[in-house]
Design a protein around this ligand. Structure first.
Ligand SMILES: C[S@@+](CC[C@H](N)C(=O)[O-])C[C@H]1O[C@@H](n2cnc3c(N)ncnc32)[C@H](O)[C@@H]1O
Length: 270
């Protein structure tokens, strides 16, 4: 099984998924709609988390279509009921056989970011498409999270230090915090055509729901942050900043890239 820093058995998972749904689902559904996904399509939602986007796809394709939602830990998505044409399955996209083939649309948001085998997984996702089918990958670029306003310089510097430490932990676990900026090129090299990309970012204000993502992420790995040199006092000040309306940071930019498997695949896409 792949190592995933934010183990989905932890209590912080529900909070993380609710931030992702509230702030990024409107972006993702727009990107998915741009593929033309419609009644009767067969879709694969990889690492579906809460299942919200798989359910959106299920409503879009209707009972004549099919949606397979996968996740290493499907219990969060399992808490919602869904129609018979939307299937949820426990699945490791790195190691398990693909859960089907010939899909019209494959989507993954914030999954390959975490996987050291991301390029191999990308090739697997392409191979799961029918010729002409769409792959939509949406990933963070964590390299552009400037502090937009702060009560003082110390608070801004503290945020940057704790955040950089968290990024270091992610890298140690095999994640690529800058993966978002590499997705377009990787999809092109995987042989996809009709590539298009958009980036979405917004200001997150202390005390707001977006800023809570930083709280959930750091709370989950407090032990590792402390071992990496962040003191209890710094963590307490960091948490205070996250609830202070005078403190504002740029959200993680979400880079959404879509592309199609060509009718004739080349050797590199297999
Ligand atoms: C940051 S969450 C994103 C969840 C959802 N895609 C979203 O954007 O709301 C990453 C998800 O990928 C799942 N995941 C991690 N490694 C995986 C793997 N090897 N195979 C399938 N899912 C995986 C995690 O369990 C988690 O649900």
């Amino acid at each position: 099984m792949s190592h995933y820093l934010f183990d989905n058995n932890a209590a912080e998972t529900a909070g993380r998924f609710s931030v992702l749904e509230e702030h990024y689902d409107p972006v993702s559904t727009r990107q998915l709609a741009l593929t033309g996904v419609t009644s009767g399509w067969r879709c694969l939602e990889v690492g579906g988390g809460s299942g919200s986007l798989g359910d959106w796809l299920g409503a879009r394709v209707g009972p004549d279509g099919e949606v397979v939602i996968t996740d290493l830990e499907p219990r969060w998505a399992a808490s919602r009921s869904r129609p018979a044409h939307v299937h949820l399955q426990r699945h490791d996209i790195v190691r398990d056989p693909l859960p089907g083939s010939g899909f019209d649309l494959v989507h993954a948001r914030l999954v390959l970011f975490h996987l050291p085998q991301r390029l191999a997984v990308l090739r697997r996702l392409v191979s799961a498409l029918r010729p002409g089918g769409w792959l939509v990958l949406e990933e963070f670029d964590c390299g552009w999270t400037p502090v937009l306003a702060a009560p003082d310089q110390e608070t801004a510097a503290l945020f940057e230090r704790v955040h950089a430490t968290l990024m270091g932990l992610l890298e140690q676990a095999g994640a690529d915090p800058l993966w978002g900026r590499h997705v377009f090129g990787a999809m092109r090299r995987a042989g996809l055509t009709d590539l298009a990309a958009t980036t979405r970012a917004e200001a997150w204000v202390g005390g707001g729901t977006g800023m809570a993502l930083h709280r959930h992420n750091t709370d989950q790995v407090v032990g590792a942050l402390t071992a990496a040199g962040v003191t209890d006092k710094e963590l307490a000040l960091f948490r205070d900043a996250l609830t202070d309306p005078a403190f504002v940071v740029n959200s993680y930019p979400l880079i959404s890239v879509r592309g199609r498997r060509p009718a004739e695949t080349t050797e590199t896409t297999r």
